[in-house]
Design a protein around this ligand. Structure first.
Ligand SMILES: NC(=O)c1ccc[n+]([C@@H]2O[C@H](COP(=O)([O-])OP(=O)(O)OC[C@H]3O[C@@H](n4cnc5c(N)ncnc54)[C@H](OP(=O)(O)O)[C@@H]3O)[C@@H](O)[C@H]2O)c1
Length: 309
């Protein structure tokens, strides 16, 4: 599934005025038609109101109105829902501004008609960060250009099956907060001498929980049982998809609350020190930045809500 945004924008960023397009460019409408023909299109309800259902293409309209319907279109309650309806097909997100903004993090390509003049309007396209979106082609026409932008850095995609596993480009991590008699198990890393919770990258075929328990065993020699999710920490550029392409979530790693089952923490190749610390002692140790919030949260009551970092 390739997700493409397609839009026409004036030099000052305008894409709409009074619920409609502020220009009439027949050549661009033909380009839109031949580019999107045969592919599903996702749009916001307001954009649907301005252009209706177009022949030869599935139209999926996103609305918050539970009873909304229109002939010839499918209705979705969110962008996730719309993408789930699309399945594996390549899809075009055709606007408007609200839907472009929500879809941009997932987009693979942006097809932009850049109109060579300033136009008055009330709806604007997004600013494309120059370090994230690179112009890959430009087809100059009279008064406008068809421009394609591609991601400067490919989005990492992790395919989730029954078990969590395959990683691309970015490290997907998992860690454990093991609390025992009010003290938290912490380890000192070999590579930068900072303190952290036991944990590491997920191997192919592992679940997050299995990876966390394995890392605790490999790093410190103890056996733990994962009990609940303490925190989910994210990197906004990592996109995780289920195998059927239905759900798009962004995640980087999970930290679990875990219980000590057996063993006494010892050293390994990866850790130069291990310690059981109380909250006060933990507050004085230099932790890797990502784990600072996790360590504080580890001392919260076990039924505290999952932390999103
Ligand atoms: N130049 C171009 O290429 C281009 C392309 C497309 C559109 N446009 C223009 O852009 C303007 C419309 O853009 P817009 O930003 O005002 O509206 P829009 O994105 O087309 O639609 C907004 C509507 O989508 C629904 N929606 C948005 N986020 C949602 C969410 N998270 N969950 C569920 N529903 C959600 C809501 O519908 P409900 O209110 O029904 O709940 C919301 O009012 C028009 O002027 C149009 O002509 C220009």
């Amino acid at each position: 599934m390739t997700i493409r945004l397609i839009a026409a924008r004036s030099r000052n960023g305008v894409i709409g005025r009074d619920g409609d397009m502020p220009w009439h460019l027949p050549e661009d409408l033909k380009y839109f038609k031949r580019t999107t023909m045969g592919h599903p299109m996702i749009m916001g309800r307001r954009t649907f109101d301005s252009m209706g259902a177009l022949p030869g293409r599935r139209s999926i309209v996103i609305t918050r109105q539970p009873d909304w319907h229109a002939d010839g279109v499918e209705v979705a309650s969110s962008l996730d829902h719309a993408l789930a309806l699309v399945g594996d097909d390549d899809v075009f997100v055709v606007g408007g501004a609200q839907i472009y903004a929500q879809a941009l993090p997932f987009a693979d390509e942006i097809l932009l008609t850049e109109i060579d003049r300033e136009v008055e309007g009330d709806t604007f396209f997004l600013e494309l960060a120059a370090d994230r979106w690179l112009e890959s082609s430009r087809d100059q026409q009279s008064g406008f250009a068809w421009v394609t932008y591609e991601r400067a850095v490919p989005r990492a995609t992790l395919v989730l099956g029954d078990r969590v596993g395959r990683q691309a480009g970015q490290k997907i991590g998992s860690s454990v907060a093991v609390l025992h008699d009010g003290r938290l198990l912490v380890t000192r890393r070999e590579d930068n001498s900072l303190w952290c919770l036991p944990g590491g990258g997920i191997d192919p075929g592992e679940t997050f929980a299995e990876a966390a328990a394995r890392e605790a065993l490999e790093e410190t020699g103890i056996q733990v049982e994962v009990e609940s999710v303490l925190a989910v920490y994210t990197d906004p550029d990592v996109v995780v998809r289920s195998r059927d392409g239905a759900k798009l979530t962004q995640t980087y790693g999970v930290c679990f609350r875990a219980r000590l089952i057996s063993g006494t923490p010892g050293l390994s190749d990866e850790v130069t020190e291990v310690a059981w610390v109380d909250a006060d002692e933990a507050s004085r140790l230099p932790f890797i930045p990502l784990h600072r919030k996790l360590v504080r949260a580890a001392f919260d009551p076990a039924d505290a809500p999952t932390l999103f970092v």
